[in-house]
Design a protein around this ligand. Structure first.
Ligand code: NIG
Ligand code: FE
Length: 409
């Protein structure tokens, strides 16, 4: 059977992010890329292109093609706002103090519980649009502002519906163990029982979660409580991820590594023994510079040690109303370079290949590679580093999602 191509791009440079090509952008100068049935059918140097006439041919005019961007950590579905909390922080209150006084996450929980599924969907669609516009083609979305079964289910259904109605792949995470709801005050263990038994059972029955997340922190849950959540996730065959070592070091990274977590996220207080555990388990370290910036943290995540031990680093926006109210992965990319010292190559790997691994989707997305989903972006730039250097300047000229041109949607 003669191979058939739906579309072909020529006169392009490819940042494949394929580590087998090189350890930087996986560059192919003067390249070409063909798509068939929503997948990458061929890519390589233009002069090696097989003689196949595509249905559609595009002249890339010397621009760059990158994989679609992947935001592997967001809390995109929520209601209400936390402006008053921002004002309190301006007057000197810390994120932890506000949480301890019953504000913070609990404030968003109240507003989210009071919203219908349709209201949450409309708000989440608004939150999603800027990510789509800047070239995000896959996103992780957590629950965690319901903290009771019905609202957690509503949040996850909204996330699933976004995937159906918008041009984006959505990975959902059940984050029942995000904070202790008011009605369980003083009874954290009982709440964890509830998360593991009733809530997770309901979530699993509707197949609403692709992974299970938890907040291992003094203002969240203890190591022992998180371990129970993990055991329950194991029973449902759900992979895990952990909000770890954000405000202090509880050794959550060791727990994560012991259970082969997909990712550990935040990590400002991570130490070398935790890093070695992550390296052994090949758990991705997800950096969230937006939260570091917004909470005016001073403790930097141990980037040089992560590098030295070969831990894969991803970069996420952590978009949420409390610690990272920025609906932009591109801004997070610049922050990862400017605040954390990642190289442009590391940043781009952090929002493509490594972010895909953090979602357990590295066999589908995250690189330009034959057979992978055709999620790609065409940029009018001379160097991929421009995507990290500039913020607010470049929008993709074309956004291709599973082979379809979805630019402007
Ligand atoms: O990733 N650390 C816990 N969760 C979120 C913040 C949630 C909130 O404050 O609403 C985070 O920073
Ligand atoms: Fe988070």
């Amino acid at each position: 059977m003669t191979p058939h191509w739906d579309s072909l791009w020529t006169n392009v440079r490819l940042a494949t992010m394929d580590p087998e090509i090189d350890s930087g952008y996986g560059t192919i100068e003067d390249g070409a890329l063909a798509i068939s049935n929503g997948r990458i059918a061929w890519l390589g140097p233009a002069n090696e292109r097989p003689d196949i006439t595509p249905d559609q041919q595009h002249d890339g005019q010397g621009g760059w093609i990158t994989p679609g961007l992947i935001d592997c950590h967001t809390h995109l579905v929520f209601a209400g706002n936390r402006c008053h909390e921002f004002a309190l922080r301006q007057q000197g209150a810390s994120y932890q103090q506000i949480a301890e006084q019953g504000g913070g996450i609990r404030g968003t929980v109240q507003a989210t519980r009071a919203s219908s599924e349709q209201q949450l969907f409309e708000r989440a669609s608004q939150h999603l649009q800027p990510f789509l516009d800047e070239g995000v083609t896959s996103i992780e979305i957590k629950s965690g502002y319901g903290l009771e079964t019905e609202t957690e289910l509503r949040m996850l259904r909204v996330a699933r519906r976004l995937a159906q109605e918008r041009p984006i792949t959505v990975h959902t995470s059940f984050l029942g163990a995000h904070a202790l709801p008011e009605e369980f005050e003083g009874r954290a263990d009982a709440y964890i029982d509830h998360v593991c038994a009733e809530m997770m059972t309901a979530v699993a029955a509707e197949e609403l979660a692709d992974s299970v997340d938890m907040f291992c922190e003094r203002i969240g849950f203890s190591l022992a409580q998180c371990e129970r959540v993990i055991q329950s996730a194991n029973q449902y065959g759900l992979p895990i991820r952990i909000h770890a070592e954000q405000l202090s070091n509880l050794r959550a990274s060791h727990l994560a590594a012991d259970h082969h977590a997909l990712s550990v996220d935040h990590l400002e207080h991570l130490d070398e023994s935790g890093i070695m555990a992550l390296a052994r388990a090949d758990t991705v370290a997800t950096l969230l510079p937006g939260a570091f910036y917004f909470l005016r943290e001073t403790q930097l995540p141990p980037i040089e040690l992560l590098r030295r031990h070969g831990v894969k680093m991803a970069v996420g926006s952590d978009f949420n109303p409390g610690s990272s109210p920025q609906a932009s992965l591109r801004l997070s990319m610049q922050m990862a370079a400017n605040l954390f010292g990642l190289s442009p190559q590391e940043v781009l790997a952090g929002v493509t290949r490594n972010a895909a691994q953090a979602l357990g989707l590295n066999q589908q997305i995250g690189q330009l590679r034959r057979g992978l989903q055709a999620d790609l972006l065409l940029w009018e730039i001379d160097d991929p580093a421009e995507l990290v250097w500039h913020y607010g300047l470049h929008r993709p000229r074309q956004i291709i999602k599973e082979g379809q041109d979805v630019s402007g949607r």
